[in-house]
Unconditional design. Structure first.
Length: 257
């Protein structure tokens, strides 16, 4: 007759008792958690980029369906945190959110807002923003972001495509917008981009009356290097009103007229 060594038997019994104890503890914690009620709602909206599209009242309205659903005083067994997060994310100005409860029973909400890269202006339709992730955002009645303006049916057609920022044309143009936004000099100097039906870009500066013929978005960093040379070395010598048109579209050339 086979006998289990006593040390193995003791180990198995100990493991079984430990597992049973854990199950009891988990059940106790879950029961206690279900009996807890929401004591308050704390909302923190990150404004690292000075964007103020939403406020705490907006978030609370999303969470409670415009005050038709009660949170404070409600038992946690009736609060679906995942559903709350999805409600909050339904607002396009919200990039990310996290909802969780703490030991005091309070419901904590952390919000990260979407950040616009550019504003698409349209003569026959409402303006829209393009976010840093390529999402199209509506305008806000509460806040206007200071970003580069975009104009042209080519852009409308481009951003109407699914995952437009991953296409060949979209990838270059999206990278161009990120470059302008991340460069302190060009973010301050570039006021508007006008794009022709063929994808060629005209750049309108904040300072100076020149129209910059930029070409397409391919090799944009080299073109900006030439344009910076124009601002730093040519204009100080020739004068700011000497030229009305500057072309940096061609390799190794700066054409000033």
């Amino acid at each position: 007759m086979f006998r289990i060594p006593s040390f193995r038997l003791k180990r198995s019994i100990k493991a079984a008792l430990t597992a049973a104890g854990l199950l009891v503890m988990i059940g106790f914690v879950e029961k206690k958690q279900a009996a807890r009620t929401c004591t308050g709602v704390n909302i923190r909206i990150e404004d690292a980029y000075d964007t103020y599209f939403i406020n705490e009242n907006d978030v609370l309205a999303l969470m409670t369906h415009n005050s038709t659903e009660k949170l404070i005083g409600a038992p946690y067994k009736n609060i679906d945190i995942r559903k709350l997060e999805l409600r909050i994310k339904s607002n396009k100005f919200i990039r990310e959110c996290q909802v969780y409860s703490d030991l005091t029973g309070a419901l904590n909400v952390e919000i990260e807002q979407a950040r616009p890269l550019a504003r698409l202006v349209h003569p026959a339709a409402p303006d829209r923003y393009i976010s840093e992730e390529g999402a199209v955002l509506p305008m806000s009645e509460r806040f206007t972001a200071r970003v580069v303006l975009l104009e042209g049916k080519w852009i409308d057609k481009l951003i109407g495509q699914p995952d437009w920022q991953t296409s060949d044309e979209g990838k270059n143009f999206f990278a161009l917008l990120h470059f302008i936004d991340s460069n302190k000099f060009w973010k301050a100097q570039v006021a508007q981009l006008s794009v022709s039906p063929s994808g060629n870009i005209k750049l309108f500066p904040q300072v100076g009356s020149q129209v910059i013929e930029f070409g397409d978005a391919v090799d944009f960093e080299r073109k900006f290097e030439k344009l910076k040379l124009f601002y730093k070395q040519i204009l100080p010598v020739k004068g700011w009103n000497r030229y009305t048109r500057v072309n940096v579209a061609y390799k190794n050339q700066i054409i000033c007229e």
